[in-house]
Design a protein around this ligand. Structure first.
Ligand SMILES: [Zn+2]
Length: 316
C-alpha cells in the first residue's frame, strides 16, 4: 500500500483526503522581511480554519533554514487534525544570505542533510549548525527552487542533492518556479539526475497562466500546482478556473494540484490578514464544483496529489 510520510508518521496515501498541495505553516525568509510567521498558536488556529473548509492535508513546502519547526509542526497537526507533510530541500538561492552554510557545503553534506531529514527526522534547529539534534518528525517531500528564467550555480547543486535524495527515498520533488519560468529547465535538470518528470510538482505555474505551456509540461509527465488561489493581486481567480477547465478539456486534471501558498504573515487570518490559508476550501472549491462538478474536484484535491505524494516503493 503506497504511503506518505507525515510529521506524525506514515499515512496511507488514500487516507490523506483533500490535499492543499502548497502551504507554509511557519516561514521566515530574508526575501520578505517583517512578514515572518512563527507562532504555534496562530498556526494551529489557521489550520483549524483549513480543516473547517473541508481540507484534510496540507503540504508544507518550507525548506531547510527558512523557519521549519518540526516539534511545533507535529503539535499543530495534532491540534487541528490536519495531516501535515513537511519538506526538506533548498529554496531558490535568493532566500539564503551570502554567508549561509548551504552555499558553501560540499555535495556529500548537502545530501546527508536531506537524507537525515527524510530518514531519521528533521533537525530540531533546522540545521542551524554545528550541533544537529534530530526530531522524531520526518520530512515527506523535497523542495527545490529556480530563479527567474534560470537556475543558478547554487540551485544547480541543490537540485543534484535533492534528486539523489529523491532517488534514495522515493519521495516526490516540488520545484518553486519564479512566475512559472524555467519549468522545462527544472525538469531537464532533474531528469539528468535520474528523477523523471512524473515525480515532480511544479509550483506557481499559474503565475504564467499559459495553457499551451502547461499542457507541454504535463505531456512530459509533470504535475502542476496552481497555488496562488485567492491572491488576487496576481489575477482574478476566474483565470485559474478557466485554466483548470482547459486542462479538464484535455483530460489532464489528473496532473493538477491546488494550493494557496500564503507565505506571508499579512496573508494569514490568524494574524489579522487575508485571504487566509482556508481560501481554497472556503471560496475556490465551491466555484470549481459549480463549474466542473464533483468528480473534477475529487481529481485535483485527492487523486492527483495522493498519486504524486505516495512514496515510490522501488526506492532503495
Ligand atoms: Zn511557497
Amino acid at each position: 500500500m503506497p504511503v506518505v510520510e507525515t510529521v506524525l508518521g506514515p499515512v496511507a496515501a488514500h487516507e490523506l483526503g483533500e490535499v492543499d498541495a502548497h502551504e507554509h505553516v511557519f516561514l521566515r525568509t530574508p526575501v520578505n522581511p517583517g512578514d515572518e510567521f512563527l507562532d504555534t498558536d496562530s498556526a494551529a488556529a489557521e489550520l483549524l480554519r483549513v480543516a473547517s473548509s473541508g481540507m484534510r492535508t496540507v503540504v508544507d513546502l518550507t525548506p531547510v533554514g527558512l523557519g521549519r519547526r518540526p516539534g511545533q509542526l507535529a503539535e499543530v497537526s495534532r491540534t487541528s487534525g490536519i495531516h501535515v507533510i513537511a519538506a526538506t530541500g533548498f529554496h531558490r538561492s535568493a532566500h539564503y544570505p551570502a554567508f549561509h552554510w548551504a552555499r558553501q557545503a560540499d555535495d556529500a553534506t548537502l545530501l546527508d542533510v536531506l537524507l537525515d531529514d527524510l530518514r531519521v527526522g528533521m533537525d530540531s534547529h533546522d540545521w542551524d549548525f554545528p550541533r544537529p539534534i534530530p526530531s522524531p518528525h520526518k520530512a515527506g517531500i523535497i523542495k527545490l527552487g529556480a530563479s527567474y528564467h534560470r537556475i543558478d550555480r547554487h540551485e544547480e547543486r541543490w537540485f543534484a542533492a535533492g534528486a539523489a535524495a529523491a532517488r534514495s527515498t522515493g519521495v516526490a520533488v516540488a520545484v518553486h518556479t519564479e512566475i512559472g519560468t524555467a519549468a522545462h529547465a527544472a525538469l531537464d535538470l532533474l531528469d539528468k539526475h535520474g528523477v523523471p518528470a512524473g515525480r515532480v510538482l511544479l509550483a506557481h505555474t499559474d503565475r504564467n497562466p499559459d495553457p499551451e505551456l502547461h499542457l507541454d509540461l504535463i505531456a512530459r509527465g509533470a504535475y502542476l500546482v496552481y497555488d496562488t488561489i485567492g491572491r488576487i493581486k496576481y489575477r482574478p481567480d476566474s483565470v485559474v478556473l478557466e485554466l483548470i477547465e482547459r486542462m479538464a478539456e484535455a483530460g489532464k486534471l489528473g496532473q493538477i494540484c491546488l494550493g494557496t501558498d500564503v507565505g506571508r504573515k499579512s496573508s494569514l487570518t490568524a494574524y489579522g490578514g487575508g485571504p487566509g490559508m482556508d481560501v481554497l476550501g472556503r471560496d475556490f472549491v465551491p466555484r470549481l464544483r459549480r463549474r466542473l462538478g464533483h468528480e473534477a474536484v475529487e481529481t485535483v484535491l485527492r487523486y492527483a496529489p495522493q498519486t504524486l505524494l505516495a512514496k515510490e516503493p522501488s526506492a532503495r
